[in-house]
Design a protein. Structure first.
Length: 264
């Protein structure tokens, strides 16, 4: 299961980002966005031994791309990598719960009064794309989002590809968002679930998670996966049938302040 999920994460990243092989790692770089959570490296295989020289070169590649050196991977896939990263100066940005759901464990979420959830297709109106981007930016940050231009929204829409996004509105106001990455070999990831702070703990995050997961199974997915920022967030996902099976790790080189983006 762990190997299957890590392979999926690598294959999915290759569809969304520019892949730069640097064995035993692959670096994935967003073509236009320098935001640290859109740029990261993944181990190609379980690792051991001295990685200092390779990690030093990896940092040079990241900085040459004007990106912050960063890793995202499943801890159980490469259990010795964390210590090598820490020796090289990387710091733990986030430890998350790795969770999976199958058609047998999936449960629909209760309806939330006043909430409508809209799946966004690649040709979605720019107004919906702007609303989605606003919710994601403010949901994962304590700062107010700057206005999003039509040009930014159009660029984002063109980048979507086969990724499905979901936008939840409460009484017409955009308040929550999430995504479903393209299925590969029976696996897909529910990702980027976030709700604006004033609207949390109302069941909206659960509802949008259920909508994305149900869509995955309608597409023939056998395993839907996600990472929850902490046990509290994990309980949100347990309500629709997700179960914890491991840990996701994010390590960043401390040239910029680290960010914990977990919320539900």
């Amino acid at each position: 299961m762990i190997n299957r999920l890590q392979t999926y994460l690598r294959q999915c990243a290759a569809q969304l980002y520019t892949a730069i092989p640097l064995p035993p790692f692959t670096i994935f770089v967003h073509p236009t966005e320098s935001f640290i959570h859109n740029n990261y490296a993944i181990p190609d295989k379980p690792l051991s031994g001295d990685l200092a020289q390779t990690l030093s070169l990896l940092c040079e590649v990241f900085t040459g791309q004007d990106r912050t050196p960063r890793f995202e991977y499943i801890e159980q896939f490469a259990p010795d990598l964390a210590s090598a990263l820490e020796v090289a100066g990387f710091v733990l940005e986030m430890r998350s719960l790795l969770m999976v759901c199958t058609p047998d464990t999936f449960r629909l979420a209760p309806a939330v009064d006043g909430v409508t959830i809209t799946p966004l297709a690649p040709d979605a109106p720019l107004s919906d794309i702007r609303a989605l981007m606003m919710v994601q930016r403010e949901g994962f940050s304590t700062k107010k989002s700057a206005p999003i231009s039509d040009e930014e929204a159009a660029t984002f829409r063109a980048w979507l590809g086969d990724t499905r996004f979901f936008l939840a509105r409460y009484n017409g106001l955009p308040v929550s968002a999430g995504s479903l990455t393209p299925p590969i070999d029976g696996v897909a990831e529910v990702a980027g679930i976030t709700t604006l702070a004033p609207y949390r703990r109302r069941g909206i995050g659960t509802a949008i998670t259920a909508a994305a997961t149900q869509t995955a199974f309608e597409q023939g997915v056998e395993i839907a996966m996600l990472t929850a920022g902490d046990e509290q967030a994990g309980r949100v996902y347990e309500r629709v049938g997700f179960q914890a099976i491991g840990s996701g790790l994010a390590y960043v080189y401390p040239s910029v302040p680290t960010q914990n983006v977990s919320n539900a």
